[in-house]
Write a protein that binds this ligand. Structure first.
Ligand SMILES: [Cu+2]
Length: 308
């Protein structure tokens, strides 16, 4: 599923013609500030080794990984390109080749453009130590690739890379204003989605689960609540939030961590709360991408919210 609309604003001079820029960035829900610091300051690599807080639930929280991304140096809009990724363990200095499935996949790849209007969620295949996937980028611009995976024996990791497509003379940021109200209602295809948040939603409280957000799905025409959600990737919903300024990426799991059986049905309301964050989510404006699968018709809903 791909969504695109053009709400753009020119900001920040960055990049040159058809240039590929790769950032080896360690970002996680654990370390959102590292991500933003690397996007804003390339000289600040020592922050990668910042010591995490240990949790008894995590077997190896100290291990840090880097993403080695490989793609063509010139990428044009609508051109099919192969993206491939290798993961390296920075502690051992060796390539990591063992992974534990995470939400039924060895790697999730989220692709967004810098305006945070384009969103794609795809799954590279894994062979001989290399993750690879083919994709196309809809138009010229800067794109962020967020990989999400779990090395065997370690905790969930998120690492990012940046890709320039076509002629890029500047990075265009999102101009989406936070939508106001504690119940945001939008229609996506035949489904009406209501995002309910506490008012205000407070980043520090959301980070520790004392605030949650939920989505309620109805048939857009009949307004009948949808109780026919099918599991997709081991859950009834998937939620990604990306900070519109820093591009911090937060992957939020459904509050019900029970993996539904393949023939289970869910809905109409799915609640989400962050789990196992080692650092709080930062306040700011976030683009919210939530995927649901009513009766097998997978779609992505999007909103813009403010976290205080
Ligand atoms: Cu995925």
């Amino acid at each position: 599923m791909k969504t695109y609309s053009s709400e753009t604003r020119a900001e920040i001079i960055a990049g040159s013609t058809a240039t590929l820029v790769i950032l080896y960035v360690i970002i996680t829900t654990i370390h959102p500030d590292i991500f933003s610091s690397l996007f804003t300051s390339h000289s600040n690599h020592e922050q990668i080794v910042k010591q995490p807080i240990k949790s008894p639930l995590q077997t190896d929280p100290d291990t840090r990984y880097i993403l080695n991304s490989d793609f063509p140096s010139d990428i044009n809009p609508l051109q099919e390109v192969s993206l491939s990724f290798k993961i390296f363990d920075t502690t051992k200095g060796s390539q990591t080749v063992l992974f534990t499935p995470l939400m039924s996949k060895l790697m999730h790849l989220i692709v967004v453009d810098s305006t945070l209007t384009y969103y794609d969620h795809i799954h590279p295949t894994f062979k001989d130590g290399i993750f690879s996937v083919k994709t196309t980028f809809p138009k010229a611009g800067v794109y962020y690739l967020y990989t999400d995976f779990k090395p065997y024996g370690s905790v969930e990791q998120q690492l990012a890379a940046q890709v320039h497509v076509g002629t890029v003379t500047q990075t265009t940021l999102s101009t989406s204003s936070p939508e106001s109200g504690s119940a945001l209602i939008k229609i996506f295809g035949t489904t009406e989605v209501t995002l309910t948040t506490p008012s205000p939603l407070i980043a520090s409280r959301f980070s520790v689960g004392t605030q949650t957000v939920s989505f309620t799905l109805k048939d857009a025409q009949t307004k009948k609540p949808l109780a026919n959600l099918k599991p997709y990737l081991d859950a009834f919903g998937h939620l990604i939030m990306i900070n519109t300024k820093t591009f911090d990426y937060v992957h939020i799991h459904s509050a019900d961590m029970t993996v539904p059986s393949a023939d289970a049905t869910g809905g109409p309301t799915i609640e989400f709360m962050p789990m196992n964050l080692l650092e709080t989510i930062k306040p700011g404006t976030y683009r919210v991408f939530a995927q649901f699968n009513p009766d097998g018709n997978l779609f992505t809903s999007n909103f813009t919210i403010e976290m205080k």
